[in-house]
Write a protein of this length. Structure first.
Length: 532
């Protein structure tokens, strides 16, 4: 349970949240929704007691019962005794530490079976049993199978895993914890269709309290029964799922617009009538003053109409013209130790192509894109660039962002020369006003994605390599990104599991993995997009 009383949040001169009270009670399933930059991640950090120091906060937040949190970004090295997936998952119940202590106690007992050593081992073994340690292997295997993660990845170093593999392990951890309250931040990022369906079923069976931030509309519709909508500093509550929320919000806006229109009509009517009476008889002058007071009262009680969400649009500059063949990939292979990811990948791009790399999780999509971008060296093969080609790379985890520079500072070395032009470029991607002066770590995941896109736009690249560019973006931004990329005159090679983005992009070709087959785009490939 989470109990919030008169909570208000400010950052600089901006109010992120006007004072509000609400409770996420036992068994409630609540979705926190809002556009990128509305302040959802900041509010969540306050609810969890992990907020940055620069926030000004008033009011109170209280928790009752155990709480588990799925963060939007993974913790480097994990939270276990060892920096591997299994230890990270088991740490949710403290079993990794108890197991390590048991190993030492077992060794001490074997070396010297005195009463104290036997007692220490027996006590630890009892804790291990009570916390489900002897059933852990089968439960972890069930979670891994449901999320489509091969069990061998649980023994790999966490920081060596792909974004999709790491996301699955973080999900396994919070599900294995089985807390009384579960807080999930974008739980479906990197998940394929089968894993999403399995997760929806798990959340449907979960009997605890759920608070979820997600731009995945099926998740919000299936898994929640209340919506907290954050917009322009106001948090409003709606009963029902996401579809019901959209319906109720539209009805509310229509009512407000109708009342406001009636108020404006009366104000105009009384004002005109009062003006027509001025300068006439004393009696009519008194009536004019009465009407003035009515107008003043109506002005003071005017309803504040909820503004309709504006259509999101992004803009990329017209790129310099590249050669007819911007990039050629020949006999590319990638291996990690003894595991072969890519054997012999070959394809060729033509100017204006929009190519989507399609394949299941672990097929090598991100590895291929990193090789094309030059951030990873292939074992064999070659990537050749044509005449007048400038490459822009959108990395899955936003590695291209310098977290020691401000948002504006990340555009300093771009082709955009003046600060006014750089601010305009950031504004074109929704990062306006004070956001330009913030440090990247204070941005939400969606805002960081927009910063990375602004950096691409300011680089004047004419060949874009995009690795999951829609992660953490709200649905309107996903659609806007796809439309922008479709209309752009450069060449695009993208990895995406977001069907809406790919549909808006209208690909010309596909690279199918692990088959390593290059083909003209066929609509049947759309069904493979969500099967990562």
């Amino acid at each position: 349970m989470i109990i919030v009383q008169e909570l208000a949040i400010e950052i600089g001169a901006r109010r992120l949240l006007a004072p509000v009270s609400f409770t996420v009670g036992n068994g409630d399933k609540v979705g926190l929704v809002g556009r990128n930059g509305a302040g959802k991640s900041t509010l969540l950090s306050v609810l969890l007691g992990k907020h940055p120091e620069h926030l000004r906060i008033s009011g109170s937040v209280k928790h009752q019962g155990t709480l588990g949190h799925l963060p939007q970004e993974p913790v480097p090295g994990g939270l276990g005794v060892e920096p591997i997936g299994l230890s990270h998952v088991l740490s949710a119940r403290g079993l990794d530490l108890i197991d390590a202590q048991m190993q030492k106690a077992r060794h001490d007992m074997a070396a010297d079976p005195n009463e104290q050593n036997i007692s220490d081992f027996t006590s630890l073994e009892e804790q291990f049993r009570e916390k489900g340690g002897y059933e852990a292997e089968s439960e972890v295997a069930r979670l891994a199978a449901g999320l489509g993660l091969a069990e061998e990845f649980l023994l790999e170093d966490l920081d060596s895993l792909s974004g999709g593999q790491r996301r699955r392990i973080d999900l396994m951890r919070v599900l294995y914890q089985d807390p009384e309250t579960m807080v999930l931040d974008e739980p479906t990022n990197h998940l394929d269709k089968a894993a999403k369906r399995w997760l929806f079923d798990e959340l449907d069976k979960y009997r605890g309290t759920l608070l979820v931030i997600s731009h995945d509309l099926p998740l919000l519709d299936k898994s929640i029964d209340r919506v907290l909508a954050l917009r322009e500093g106001q948090l409003r509550e709606y009963k029902g799922n996401y579809t019901k929320f959209l319906q109720l919000e539209e009805e509310r806006t229509v009512r407000e617009e109708k009342v406001a229109a009636g108020q404006e009509a009366k104000i105009e009517q009384f004002t005109k009538l009062a003006d027509s009476m001025r300068g006439q008889t004393e009696k009519r002058a008194r009536l004019a003053k009465v009407l003035d007071r009515k107008v003043e009262k109506l002005e003071g009680s005017k309803i504040e109409v909820t503004k309709r969400e504006k259509k999101v649009t992004f803009r990329l500059p017209v790129p310099a013209r590249s050669g007819d063949v911007p990039m050629t990939v020949e006999h590319l292979s990638v291996s990690y130790d003894t595991t072969e990811i890519l054997r012999d990948t070959n394809f060729i791009t033509r100017r204006g192509d929009r190519i989507v790399i399609v394949g299941r999780n672990g097929a090598g999509k991100s590895s291929l894109l990193r090789c094309l971008a030059g951030t990873q060296v292939a074992n064999t093969g070659e990537v050749k660039f044509g005449a007048n080609v400038s490459v822009g790379y959108f990395a899955q985890e936003n590695e291209q962002i310098d977290f020691n520079k401000s948002v504006l500072g990340n555009l300093e070395n771009s082709k955009v020369e003046t600060e006014m032009q750089r601010r305009a470029m950031l504004g074109a991607f929704g990062l306006k006003g004070e956001a330009a002066n913030q440090m990247p770590r204070t941005l939400s995941g969606g805002e960081r994605a927009k910063l990375a896109l602004a950096m691409l736009a300011s680089s004047e690249a004419n060949l874009l390599l995009l690795d999951e560019p829609t992660n953490n973006l709200d649905p309107a931004s996903v659609e806007a990104l796809g439309e922008m990329m479709r209309q752009w005159k450069g060449t695009i090679v993208a990895v995406s599991h977001e069907r809406g983005f790919v549909e808006a992009l209208e690909p010309t070709h596909a690279v199918l993995l692990p088959e390593e087959y290059f083909d003209i785009w066929d609509e049947e490939y759309m069904d493979l997009i969500e099967q990562r």
